[in-house]
Ligand binder design. Structure first.
Ligand SMILES: Cc1cc2nc3c(=O)[nH]c(=O)nc-3n(C[C@H](O)[C@H](O)[C@H](O)COP(=O)(O)OP(=O)(O)OC[C@H]3O[C@@H](n4cnc5c(N)ncnc54)[C@H](O)[C@@H]3O)c2cc1C
Length: 362
């Protein structure tokens, strides 16, 4: 087979580039994907009960990048979903990020914005230096909120307490002095009206894109002639783990379909202090789907398994830097996306990166 571009991975990065290349030029693309579906980690599908669910955990699109939003609007309408997250602490349901409503519910008293600022000023721990994630939190909101919302959640999520993690893990701690209960405040947000997968299908609906599912690119690379390779898989795998395996934190998703219309009061409910799972997602909130049943998903952080979160430690970044150096030596091979860049990236950052790479290619 002869193509202009071989693209590895059919997630946001791979599909954006495949779309751009074939929409703008008369070029042929072979898009190879190990899984049996497109969409990468944002893949959604109707389960056996006919409920639209996301296979790899809750994904909500949000961005302030107008060019990214305008670009995706070519392939989908959006359903207007606004994400809200509830945390269950001390047996109460409160909204995250912490805001006036959260504090009033938690402490059974009224706060004005000024009173809340004063409260944090009194309770925050004054530190000379921020050395870890715990310092970030206690220096802003104090010990009690740290214990309630962050300490145990972080332990579950990362397997270690916040004082063992880089400050960057919680570097931007959003605390609000108003009653905005939205989780994201970006200008544009929502879920594709008919789901992410339908959007991806439209993106790669071009006669010059040949899609090969259930195939590792290594199985076919020797039988394909191509000019350029765009690689969105794990960078360490590309280089045969020559500097060792890049560590990730993984997740196990347990799905349950219940014989009731609704299970919880928000799309995502966090359990910082109880149970082994971190959160429960109920997908019907995302899609506004009417159905007499509902599907929920428990999320269990794991040390081993599919790669989800790069470990935010200097020694891991150091390994990545070595791979990056190798990657930079290659001509006509481009590394992009969360696995190739070993970086937690939101969807909009991935699309933005892919659009920029495309500009560079042309
Ligand atoms: C639990 C969780 C929740 C998230 N929630 C949000 C959210 O709410 N909002 C948000 O903006 N972002 C969210 N993200 C981030 C989002 O998932 C990523 O930004 C996005 O999926 C990255 O797209 P990608 O194309 O880089 O990678 P991926 O979606 O992972 O796509 C890469 C593809 O390459 C394929 N591949 C890998 N190796 C090979 C190979 N050897 N051969 C062939 N194919 C291969 C993989 O199977 C995969 O399909 C979340 C991430 C996680 C882990």
């Amino acid at each position: 087979m002869k193509v202009d571009f071989l693209i590895v991975g059919a997630g946001f990065a791979g599909c954006t580039l495949a779309e751009r290349i074939t929409a703008q030029f008369d070029k042929k693309v072979l898009l190879v994907e190990t899984r049996d579906h497109i969409g990468g980690n944002t893949y959604d599908y109707y389960n056996e009960d006919g409920i639209l669910i996301q296979k790899y955990g809750p994904h909500i699109f949000h961005t302030n990048l107008k060019d990214v939003w305008d670009y995706l609007c070519r392939f989908t309408e959006w359903n207007g979903y606004v994400h809200r997250v509830i945390a269950v602490v001390r047996g109460k349901e409160v909204y995250l990020p912490v805001n006036l409503d959260t504090m009033e519910r938690l402490y059974d008293r009224k706060f004005t914005s000024e009173e809340l600022e004063e409260y944090f000023e009194q309770h925050r721990v004054k530190l000379d230096k921020i050395r870890n994630s715990r310092d970030v939190v206690v220096s802003q909101v104090g010990e009690e909120l740290y214990d309630l919302f962050f300490k145990n959640y972080t332990k579950k999520q990362w397997g270690v307490y916040p004082d063992e993690l880089d400050p960057e893990v919680t570097k931007r701690l959003p605390v609000r002095f108003n009653r905005d209960t939205r989780y994201f405040t970006d200008a544009y947000q929502g879920i594709p009206k008919y789901g992410f997968t339908r959007m991806f299908r439209r993106m790669i609906d071009n006669k010059n894109i040949h899609l090969l599912l259930k195939t590792d690119y290594r199985e076919i690379i020797d039988s394909v002639e191509y000019n350029k390779l765009i690689y969105t898989g794990p960078i360490d795998y590309y280089f045969d783990y020559m500097f060792g395996k890049l560590p990730y934190r993984s997740l196990d998703f347990k799905f349950e379909t219940l014989d009731r219309e609704q299970y919880q009061h928000a799309g995502v409910v966090n359990y910082p202090n109880d149970y082994d799972y971190t959160r429960i997602t109920e997908f019907k909130h995302f899609y506004f789907q009417q159905h007499r049943k509902t599907t929920i998903c428990y999320e269990y952080p794991m040390a081993e398994g599919d790669p989800y979160y790069p470990i935010p430690k200097p020694e891991c970044r150091e390994i990545y830097r070595k791979y990056r150096k190798e990657a930079d030596k290659l001509r006509s091979v481009y590394f992009i996306g969360r696995l190739a860049q070993y970086k937690y990236l939101n969807m909009d950052q991935v699309v933005s990166g892919a659009l920029k790479l495309f500009e560079g290619l042309i």
